[in-house]
Write a protein that binds this ligand. Structure first.
Ligand code: HBI
Ligand code: FE
Length: 285
């Protein structure tokens, strides 16, 4: 008999967080990750991110209770946080974003996975993604992204939107007067990549350009080979709201995809990496 596909818990995939079910070890894992990351991100993460940690009282001991977190967040930008079993179908994800609901995994990594895990756990989703949802401009960007996703429809467009999400929401850098700062959730929730993305000589750091990002492939299993730098969240939101995506997608059909480590003539190159990380990693094995 065919194994039943993983049936969704409900139409919107939302499940109870069951906060009371977290074990003392799971709370301790959150506390250890929070203490290490929030300390090392001072002077590294964008001020809006650090401000989000404060106003949402994320330093409170233990895994955040999504209902409490949502009350604070809703008062600031209308966003709420709901629990889901893990990654949900794009269409479901976009619909939640369009409704200002951020869906977060409730599980937390084991102590053995403290440095890296591939699928998003509650530390990646809540520590990584939620603080910036307290920033009104970024909150608008995330909703606009969700609405764009619902309009995307065709697979080709979904691929390009996924790249936009990847190189901004997950792995974006922002230019501040004092220098480059981190804002992507995949970076700020990772100790190693929070160092690598700003300090290492290996990756390229290129000025953000919507068309360029939508042509650029990405890897999901290791540090990024290129980071894109926005001038501000206002600029990112403006580009997203002002772009008519239909002709943009049509124009991109003729443009070949670019490899994750590519640099092309039209790029605004803030720093060109030597891509030495992969070699160093192999040598270290
Ligand atoms: N589901 N829970 C969850 N979290 C995500 O970040 C997520 C997702 N589904 C799809 C997805 N992200 C990406 O494909 C986005 O580009 C849509
Ligand atoms: Fe994420």
């Amino acid at each position: 008999m065919e194994r039943a596909a993983h049936a969704p818990p409900s139409e919107d995939w939302i499940i109870p967080q069951a906060w009371a079910d977290y074990t003392p070890q799971e709370h301790a894992t959150w506390d250890a990750l929070f203490a290490r990351q929030s300390a090392m991100l001072q002077g590294r993460a964008a001020p809006a991110f650090l401000n989000g940690l404060d106003v949402l009282k994320m330093g409170h001991p233990g895994v955040p209770d999504f209902d409490e977190l949502s009350e604070r967040l809703r008062a600031l930008t209308g966003w709420t946080v709901k629990a889901v079993p893990g990654l949900v179908p794009d269409e479901v994800f976009f619909r939640h974003l369009a409704n200002r609901t951020f869906v977060a995994g409730r599980f937390i990594r084991t102590p053995q996975q403290i440095d890296y895990l591939q699928e998003p756990d509650v530390f990646h989703d809540v520590f990584g993604h939620v603080p910036l949802l307290s920033d009104p401009v970024f909150a608008d960007y995330m909703q606009a992204y969700g609405e764009g996703g619902l309009r995307a429809g065709s697979l080709g467009a979904l691929k390009r939107l996924a790249r936009l999400y990847w190189y901004t929401v997950e792995f974006g850098l922002v230019r501040q007067p004092e220098g480059l700062r981190l804002y992507g959730a995949g970076i700020v929730s990772s100790y190693g990549e929070s160092v690598f993305a700003l300090d290492d000589r290996s990756p390229n750091r290129l000025g953000f350009d919507l068309r360029r990002v939508m042509r650029t492939q990405y890897r999901i299993d290791d540090y990024q080979q290129t980071y894109f730098v926005i001038d501000s969240f206002e600029d990112l939101l403006r580009q997203t709201l002002e772009t008519d995506f239909a002709p943009l997608y049509a124009g991109l059909e003729a443009a070949p995809d670019l490899a994750p480590d590519a640099v092309i003539a039209s790029d605004l190159v803030l720093s060109r990496g030597d891509q030495s990380y992969a070699q160093r990693k192999k040598a270290a094995l």
